[in-house]
Design a protein around this ligand. Structure first.
Ligand code: URA
Length: 215
């Protein structure tokens, strides 16, 4: 498994502002959006392309365009939705699927409550959006589901990761035949006893939407 911690002063600047508890929801949403676009730039370095010829006003030129089938972007509901616009800004032609996974706050075990994906993901590069890679349980469940549908490359984009979560995802996909990558803006110290990343930024869904998410 490939883990890329994006190292750029603009990424660090936006992440620091996201962490700040004084940052309100509208500002948090804007910063998360901008941060995802920067992370997406790193995450799509190996997006598949095909060679094309175009005619400029001056001459013929050889270039690249995104290959078919189109990449699939999958935000994990609910907090992953706050990353969708930022991702689609960079990949406007990507197809978008949705996965709803919720973790039990006591057992931390994730269950799927919504899935809207193409029937087959054969030959598809998939970009999963999940802001907080904490225990890794939710992300692992999402990646397993995508691989079971035939995805042949999965890249997770996370605003923040915990070492425990990265180790868990690595333990599941370290020698997977399907390449799995994690791209993140930072790896924090640890998880606390409630499964929150420390120092982290709190509950990403609540900070994005200003609600508790209780049904
Ligand atoms: N989910 C969050 O929103 N925050 C954390 O710190 C961990 C999981």
């Amino acid at each position: 498994m490939r883990t890329l911690v994006a190292d750029h002063p603009l990424i660090a600047h936006k992440l620091t502002a996201l962490r700040d508890q004084r940052t309100d929801s509208p500002t948090f949403r804007r910063l998360a959006d901008e941060l995802v676009t920067l992370l997406a730039y790193e995450a799509t370095r190996d997006v598949r392309t095909t060679v094309v010829d175009v005619v400029t006003p001056v001459a013929h030129a050889r270039g690249l365009r995104l290959a078919r089938p189109r990449p699939l972007v999958v935000p994990v509901l609910r907090a992953g939705l706050g990353m969708l616009e930022g991702m689609c800004r960079l990949l406007p032609t990507a197809e978008v699927g949705f996965l709803g996974l919720v973790r039990d706050e006591e057992t931390l075990v994730p269950t799927t409550y919504a899935s809207r994906l193409p029937e087959s993901l054969s030959g598809r590069q998939v970009y999963v959006l999940d802001p907080m890679l904490a225990t890794g349980g939710t992300l692992t469940a999402a990646i397993e589901l995508l691989i079971a549908r035939g995805a042949d490359q999965v890249t997770a984009i996370c605003l923040l990761a915990a070492p425990e979560g990265l180790a868990f995802v690595e333990s599941r996909f370290g020698d997977s035949a399907v390449p799995v990558s994690v791209v993140t803006a930072g790896v924090d110290e640890r998880l606390n006893e409630h499964g929150y990343i420390v120092p982290g930024l709190g509950d990403a869904g609540d900070r994005l939407y200003g609600t508790t998410g209780t049904p």
